[in-house]
Design a protein around this ligand. Structure first.
Ligand SMILES: Nc1nc2c(ncn2[C@@H]2O[C@H](COP(=O)(O)OP(=O)(O)OP(=O)(O)O)[C@@H](O)[C@H]2O)c(=O)[nH]1
Ligand SMILES: [Mg+2]
Length: 217
């Protein structure tokens, strides 16, 4: 089987203050590695991973790993519009990074309107839970206000890292099936590749789920 074959491509953006561990989460997810010394991101880095969201449906995940430092903001902002999903990341030992989550969220929503980005909120560095500056209750409350799921994870131990990325991917996929996410011309957040296999799947009477609209006609 050709491992580069995919039916959908989702573009996902990593958001959050510098040093919260955005690049470390991606390194853990895509390479199962953790580095104590990792370079700060300059501008935007790019990662790819493949995930089977249901039997026979392979998604290519394209990640835009943005720099949290303010001086790169004008570059990173230009990636918001073509993203369908976002991981909003804070460091649970760093209060300011949590306080800034609302600003990251608002900035992205404002810039992509009328398009929508689906988010998951990630409280990072759960291996340092003894040094918490943000309680789980507070984080869950914020997630509730933003209408997004909340996951606590650690790029260092790998705790919940896969779960966070897969939760977001499945959310996007469900959005696509339900029509909440609609692929549009001139928007690269979601792409559909294999027209024939998808049509065959859609025509398969054993396949109950609704077919995505506007995609792979
Ligand atoms: N203890 C612990 N340290 C972590 C974890 N994730 C990242 N780090 C450390 O935190 C520091 C910053 O990690 P990065 O992944 O570079 O953070 P970033 O959010 O990508 O930062 P920018 O690229 O500047 O936006 C590094 O020293 C990492 O080793 C974690 O889960 N636990
Ligand atoms: Mg980084």
């Amino acid at each position: 089987m050709d491992l580069t074959l995919w039916q959908y491509q989702f573009r996902i953006i990593m958001l959050g203050d510098s040093t919260v561990g955005k690049s470390s989460l991606l390194k853990r997810y895509t390479e199962d590695l953790f580095l104590e010394s990792i370079n700060q991101t300059v501008g935007v880095d790019f990662y790819v991973h493949f995930l089977e969201v249901e039997p026979g449906v392979r998604v290519k995940l394209q990640f835009w790993d943005t720099a949290g430092q303010e001086r790169f903001r004008s570059v990173t902002r230009s990636y918001y519009r073509n993203s369908v999903g976002g991981l909003l990341v804070f460091d649970m030992t760093n209060r300011a990074s949590f306080d800034h989550v609302k600003e990251w969220h608002a900035e992205v929503c404002e810039r992509v309107r009328p398009q929508k980005v689906l988010f998951v909120l990630v409280g990072q560095k759960s291996d340092r839970g003894d040094d918490r500056a943000v309680s789980r209750e507070e984080a869950e409350k914020l997630a509730g206000q933003l209408g997004v799921p909340y996951v606590e994870a650690s790029a260092k131990t790998g705790h919940n890292v896969k779960d966070a990325f897969e939760l977001l991917t499945r959310r996007i996929y469900q959005g696509l099936l339900s029509g909440e996410v609609e692929p549009q011309d001139g928007w690269d957040g979601v792409k559909c590749a294999a027209r024939r296999p998808l049509r065959l799947q859609r025509d398969d009477p054993a396949r109950p789920s609704a077919a995505p609209r506007k995609c792979c006609p």
